[in-house]
Design a protein around this ligand. Structure first.
Ligand code: UT7
Length: 333
């Protein structure tokens, strides 16, 4: 029997309306458009406003749109996996909430937490259910409301992050398409450089943790930068090499959008020209688990069936990885 693979049979994204510009950030912290643009490539990010609006609102926007676009009955969905570090609440899982909101009554659902590499980790997990032959329609959604955990008094982090979600539908195929290979890594020693200090079981919320502003993302930017460039490029190069791919065989590099300088350095190391690198960081900033599916969504009309894509990410944990995906869709309006 031909090998069963998981192909992406649909992609959709969702971003909230509100645009937080560099200009507006200038009124919140001591920064300026020139510094932000030259050091990160970011011009604006989307922010989900309003009371009681959690990550599930973003995830639902992406999943609902995906179901409509692919004419899929929500009752046919077997599994929904949500990659996020900003769940609506510690429990239940945000994936459970999304499943309920879109009417996926027959699916089971759970969250995956791998920070900025979350979408890649969840994609590989979802693909396993397809490849095992036990599940036929799996949705993987990367969704983060980073504005909920960003300290708008900390100029080193608040300029970086935004809110958004992107989702893919995975289905089985026996064609030589879909998820071809994955190389995923993690190293808990990275904890010190990128984390949220309080709000978990080690340091539950208290008056003190709130007063100390410990419920926000903390990052030692320069250290993370260094690890991100090396590790993202290393795994991408290894995945290309073990699949016999050279720079010219890769149609697109789809990198996590954390910093334009990290993306450029990774592409350079992989010998891939800027014209083949997906980038939308200038409009969305770093949306954590949503960056990669948001890129795929926005570049969908330039993708052809059979295109070789390398998806690459680096983030909190540390976690990092690269996935070789052979695109299975010819774009239809
Ligand atoms: O997605 C998860 C993984 N995360 C990442 O991959 C992010 C990795 N890190 C980065 O992207 C970069 O390190 C940052 C964009 C966060 C910072 O850029 P940097 O070039 O590494 O700057 P730096 O932290 O070394 O700071 C350089 C200077 C400092 O001033 P002094 O000490 O040289 O006087 C900072 O205080 O820039 C200052 N600075 C700012 N100035 C204006 C830091 N943030 C700002 C700001 N506006 N927003």
């Amino acid at each position: 029997m031909d090998k069963l693979r998981a192909k992406v049979s649909g992609i959709h994204g969702y971003v909230p309306e509100y645009r937080l510009t560099n200009k507006e950030l200038e009124s919140l912290v001591d920064t300026n458009d020139e510094w932000i643009t030259s050091r990160t490539g970011i011009k604006e990010r989307r922010i989900l406003k309003g009371e009681n609006q959690g990550t599930s609102v973003l995830g639902m926007g992406a999943v609902q749109g995906l179901l409509e676009k692919t004419a899929t009955d929500p009752l046919e969905i077997d599994l929904i996996i949500c990659a996020t570090v900003t769940p609506d609440m510690p429990f239940p899982a945000t994936a459970n909430i999304i499943a309920e909101k879109v009417g996926a009554k027959n699916s089971f659902s759970f969250d995956v937490g791998a920070a900025c590499s979350g979408f890649l980790f969840a994609l590989q997990v979802g693909a396993q259910f397809i490849q095992a032959g036990t599940h036929k329609k799996v949705i993987v959604v990367g969704a983060d409301k980073m504005s909920a955990i960003v300290d708008y008094q900390d100029r080193t982090t608040c300029i970086l992050f935004g809110d958004g979600a992107g989702a893919v539908l995975l289905e089985p195929t026996t064609e030589n398409l879909g998820l071809m290979d994955a190389l995923l890594k993690s190293d808990g020693a990275g904890e010190n450089y990128l984390h949220m200090k309080a709000g978990g079981s080690r340091r539950p919320a208290s008056m003190e943790t709130v007063a100390n502003r410990e419920h926000y993302a903390y990052q030692e930017g320069a250290t993370v930068f260094k690890f991100a460039v090396t590790n993202m490029a290393d795994v991408s190069a290894e995945v290309m090499e073990r699949n016999g791919l050279k720079g010219e065989d890769v149609a697109w590099l789809v990198p996590h959008q954390a910093n334009k300088r990290i993306i450029d350095a990774t592409a350079n190391r992989m010998n891939i020209g800027p014209e083949k690198v997906m980038m939308n960081i200038e409009r969305y900033g770093n949306t954590t688990a949503a960056t990669i599916p948001l890129c795929l969504w926005e570049y969908e009309n330039q993708l052809k069936k059979g295109d070789n894509l390398i998806l690459a990410a680096f983030g909190g944990g540390f976690t990092w990885g690269a996935i070789y995906l052979k695109w299975a869709l010819d774009y239809k309006k």
